[in-house]
Design a protein around this ligand. Structure first.
Ligand code: ZN
Length: 248
């Protein structure tokens, strides 16, 4: 089975549609690691799309805040503004859908899915030191995570040595491949569809092939000016509009 793994879409419809177009014919099922909404201009259309295409979805911190499970007090002021705007936009059915999304970790077909970390859905896993601290309880060979908006992840070898996955997509290309060894553990971040923060503005995603045992990382250029124009029209904060083209 080939899984299209998407995360951190953040109401960016153009980015999501481009990902689905680029990945067309390359996958059997879609799984989503959360943060469908927040920041971007199209919360309803993105929720609608994810509901249509995705087999398994777990919730992210922005999903929780936008549907009122949490109240965004720990968000920065711009993120909070976008959260309140999103909450007003979402129709009641989509609000209900977001409220019932399960908390990670989700287990699916031999792999795990979390938004933040295995131990805590809101935790940012940004370095090797923290990546495998809960490894003894996490027996899954492959765990997908999001939340940081940084494509790549971490490998733990049988000798206990850790490794950061650098340049998941080789510079100047839109694709990279990682072979999954049965004796190692993997924390894989597909990157963010709708708001990348690794200085590459292109939409990010990954495809996991559990038969071939490999992960393919992708970047794909989408209609960024269209998304930015919609954000401008919606009155969303200017720094949230400009950060998209900087990829941070
Ligand atoms: Zn996010």
């Amino acid at each position: 089975m080939r899984y299209l793994v998407v995360s951190d879409i953040h109401s960016n419809l153009e980015a999501l549609e481009q990902v689905l177009e680029t990945a067309q014919g390359l996958y059997d099922r879609v799984v989503c690691l959360g943060d469908l909404v927040g920041y971007g201009p199209d919360p309803n259309a993105v929720v609608e799309k994810v509901r249509q295409i995705s087999s398994v979805v777990i919730r992210g911190n922005h999903d929780k805040a936008c549907c009122g499970i949490t109240n965004a007090v720990d968000f920065n002021p711009l993120a909070r503004l976008a959260t309140l705007w999103t909450r007003q936009q979402l129709n009641p059915d989509h609000l209900d859908y977001l409220r019932q999304l399960p908390e990670g970790p989700g287990s699916y077909d031999g792999f795990k899915m979390v938004h933040g970390s295995v131990a805590n859905e809101d935790e940012y896993v940004v370095d090797l030191e923290h990546a495998f601290k809960d490894a003894p309880e996490n027996t899954a060979s492959v765990t997908f995570f999001g939340h940081t908006h940084l494509q790549g992840g971490f490998i733990l070898t049988p000798q206990g040595a850790g490794k950061v996955i650098e340049n998941a997509v080789a510079p100047g290309t839109g694709k990279g491949r990682l072979a999954i060894r049965p004796d190692s553990r993997y924390l894989i971040n597909p990157g963010s569809v709708g708001q990348p923060r690794d200085r590459d503005w292109r939409a990010a995603f990954a495809i996991y092939d559990n038969h071939e045992q490999c992960v393919e990382y992708y970047r794909t250029a989408y209609d960024l000016p269209k998304t930015q124009e919609k954000m401008l029209q919606a009155g969303l904060p200017a720094p949230l509009i400009s950060r998209l083209e900087l990829g941070r």
